[in-house]
Design a protein around this ligand. Structure first.
Ligand SMILES: Nc1nc2c(ncn2[C@@H]2O[C@H](COP(=O)(O)OP(=O)(O)OP(=O)(O)O)[C@@H](O)[C@H]2O)c(=O)[nH]1
Ligand SMILES: [Fe+2]
Length: 268
C-alpha cells in the first residue's frame, strides 16, 4: 500500500515555521554522570523548522532519533555515549540530521536530578531532588548553544518582620530558578548551578531532618533573614561570577502571611 507523503506537498498558506515537532514525550535515558550510569525518566521536546514550501514534517523520524539515541546508549552500555544531558541532546540532533532535512533544531530534556546531601547537624545522608531542564539548540547558522535551567526549593525568613517584632518573623518556602544560556562547549555543571541557588536562601531545605538538624535549620534561617530580592541578587551575582553566559534568575517566595506569593526576577 503506497504511502502518500502529504507532508511534501506545498501548503496553501506559505509561511516558514521555526519550531514543529514532538512535545511531552516521556521515555528513559541513561547518562554516564562522572563515571556512574544514572537512569532518568525525562520528558522530551524535539523540534525542527519547516520551510514555507513544505506542508509538514515526518514526525516519526523525530521520535526515531530519540529512541535510536537511547538504544545506542543502552547497547553500548553508556560508557562514552552520553556524559551529560546536553551531550544526549546534541547526539539526538546529529541523528536527526541523517533522517530529516532541516536548518534549525531544538531538543529539550526535562527531568530531576537527585543529589545526596549531608544533613546540617547529624550529618545523615539525605537524597535531595531538583528539577532541571536542558535545551540544545542548533541555530540556522549551524552553531550549537545550550540553555540550562535548575529549580531549587529553599526558604526565606523575613528581615522586615524580624526588625519590627523583637526577632520574631514569618518564614516561608521559596523557589529559586536559575537559567544560563551559553555556547554549547561552555562547561556549566548543573550541580554547580544548583549549589549557587541553594546557598542563596536563608537556609537550604532537606528531605531528612532529625531534631538536631531541624534545630540547625531554624537557627540558621533566623541568623540569615532574606527578602525575596536578597535571594535573587545573591543568585545573580554568584552566577555571573561562576558561569559564562546569559543569566536569568527568578525567585518566588510562597508567603506564609499572604494568600499570594512574592517574586523577584532579573537577567543579564
Ligand atoms: N507533520 C505532521 N505529522 C503529523 C501530525 N499529526 C500526526 N502526524 C504524524 O505523522 C506520522 C507519520 O508520518 P511519517 O512520520 O512521515 O511516517 P512515514 O512516512 O511512514 O515514515 P518516513 O518514511 O520516515 O517518512 C505519525 O508519526 C503521526 O504522528 C501533524 O499535525 N503534522
Ligand atoms: Fe513520511
Amino acid at each position: 500500500m503506497p504511502i502518500f507523503e502529504t507532508q511534501e506537498e506545498t501548503p496553501k498558506i506559505r509561511e516558514r515555521l521555526h519550531r514543529v515537532g514532538i512535545t511531552n514525550l516521556r521515555t528513559v535515558a541513561k547518562i554516564n554522570w562522572k563515571g556512574k550510569v544514572y537512569t532518568f525518566l525525562p520528558i522530551f521536546e524535539i523540534t525542527i523548522d519547516v520551510p514555507e514550501e513544505k506542508k509538514g514534517i515526518h514526525m516519526s523520524r523525530l521520535v526515531e532519533s530519540i529512541t535510536e539515541a537511547m538504544s545506542e546508549a543502552v547497547e553500548e552500555e553508556v560508557l562514552e555515549a552520553h556524559t551529560s544531558l546536553e551531550e544526549l541532546g546534541k547526539c539526538i540532533i546529529k541523528r536527526l540530521e541523517g533522517k530529516h532535512p532541516h536548518k534549525r533544531a531544538e531538543v529539550w530534556i526535562k527531568t530531576q536530578l537527585v543529589i545526596p546531601r549531608e544533613t546540617p547537624a547529624s550529618k545523615r545522608l539525605s537524597y535531595e531532588p531538583y528539577d532541571v531542564e536542558v535545551g540544545v539548540i542548533k541555530n540556522y547558522d549551524g552553531s550549537f548553544e545550550k540553555v540550562l535551567r535548575v529549580k531549587v526549593i529553599g526558604n526565606t525568613a523575613c528581615p522586615h518582620a524580624m526588625a519590627n517584632n523583637n526577632g520574631k518573623t514569618h518564614i516561608q518556602r521559596a523557589v529559586g530558578e536559575l537559567e544560563v544560556r551559553a555556547p554549547f562547549n561552555e562547561e556549566i555543571p548543573l550541580e554547580d548551578m544548583i549549589d549557587v541557588v541553594e546557598s542563596s536562601f536563608s537556609h537550604p531545605t532537606y528531605t531528612l531532618l532529625k531534631t538536631v538538624d531541624e534545630n540547625a535549620v531554624v537557627q540558621g534561617m533566623h541568623a540569615n533573614p532574606k527578602f525575596v530580592e536578597d535571594v535573587a541578587r545573591e543568585v545573580f551575582s554568584k552566577a555571573k561570577e561562576r558561569f559564562k553566559g546569559k543569566i536569568h534568575v527568578r525567585v518566588i517566595s510562597n508567603e506564609s502571611i499572604h494568600k499570594h506569593d512574592v517574586i523577584a526576577e532579573t537577567w543579564s
